[in-house]
Write a protein that binds this ligand. Structure first.
Ligand code: BEZ
Ligand code: FE
Length: 289
């Protein structure tokens, strides 16, 4: 430890790491960087004690909001672009593999298992536009992958996810599909509409503090998984949606934009969206072979 002053405080704290208990190299790396950046930030903005106490009380209020339906810290991380950056560090773009993006807080485990081409729509709205989604899921060499599991979920045409809306049937607009022997998937759903992320409580305070709006462009969520491949958590964005270049959680990537076109005769929906995915082989699975 040591006697501190403004000039040596960061070195004193980082040099204390592991002095009184074993820590791993990764723990040292994380804490050294965190302390350096946190001290730098405090010096940069000359953080005042009243502001520090305000921040502590803000985080206390955020913590008290967390329950199984609301993970406030992920939402706060989304608003400052931290979750999308963590995702970029975890799943760097490699080769021709599809890009990932944030999971978001509205995924539900075990959605209804549906046959290829079936509909996730359980309730109709006057303003809905139905859409036939289809495409291929391939490996990096272009071969279609059979038996890939694909969970999909989206908001309803009223802009609300089913689990937050007592007026929607359970699991409305959610489904689990599988690719056929050629790697082809297909399902019917609605065109996703833009919606605001929760803007009450601490998430709303942060949005207002930053002078931001809460809106996200219309998007369909996916989790795509198959043994031997890295799971892909991603979203397809409607090319014609509002907020595409101004997403409140900074999760839109160029390669994830898809175009809804009028459906050809006989498809049975208003619109048609074709989008292909490429899965990356899981190196751990290859190493174990
Ligand atoms: C979503 O896409 O569902 C979402 C992502 C981040 C924050 C809030 C919602
Ligand atoms: Fe969403």
């Amino acid at each position: 430890m040591g006697i501190v002053n403004e000039d040596n405080i960061t070195d004193v704290v980082t040099e204390s790491l592991g002095k009184h208990g074993d820590i791993t190299d990764r723990q040292r790396e994380i804490m050294t960087s965190l302390i350096k950046h946190m001290h730098g930030f405090i010096k940069d903005v000359k953080l005042q004690h009243s502001e520090f106490l305000e921040a502590c009380s803000y985080l206390e209020r955020a913590g008290k909001l967390c329950n199984e339906n609301r993970q406030e810290f992920i939402l706060l991380a989304d608003i400052i672009g931290a979750e999308v950056l963590v995702d970029m560090m975890t799943n760097p773009v490699e080769g021709n593999a599809s890009e990932s993006t944030v999971l978001g807080p509205f995924y539900r485990e075990n959605p209804p298992v549906l046959p290829k081409g079936a509909s996730t729509i359980q309730k109709h709205y006057d303003n809905e536009e139905t859409a036939y989604y289809e495409g291929y899921i391939r490996d990096e060499d272009g071969n279609g992958i059979a038996g890939v599991t694909m969970d999909v979920w989206e908001d309803a045409p009223n802009g609300i996810y089913e689990n937050l809306d007592p007026d929607q049937p359970e699991y409305n607009l959610r489904g689990r599909f599988e690719t056929d022997e050629n790697g082809h998937y297909a399902f019917v759903a609605v065109r996703p509409v833009p919606y605001p992320i929760p803007e009450d409580e601490t998430a709303g305070e942060l949005l207002h503090f930053m002078g931001h709006h809460p809106n996200r462009p219309g998007h369909m969520h996916f989790i795509i998984s198959k043994d031997g491949f890295r799971p892909l958590i991603s979203q397809i964005y409607d090319a014609d949606s509002d907020w595409l270049e101004n997403d409140s959680v900074f999760a839109v990537k160029e390669s994830l934009i898809g175009k809804f076109k009028p459906a050809p005769e006989g498809l049975g929906t208003d619109l048609h969206l074709e989008y292909d995915f490429v899965l990356q082989a899981d190196e751990r699975a290859i190493a174990a072979e």
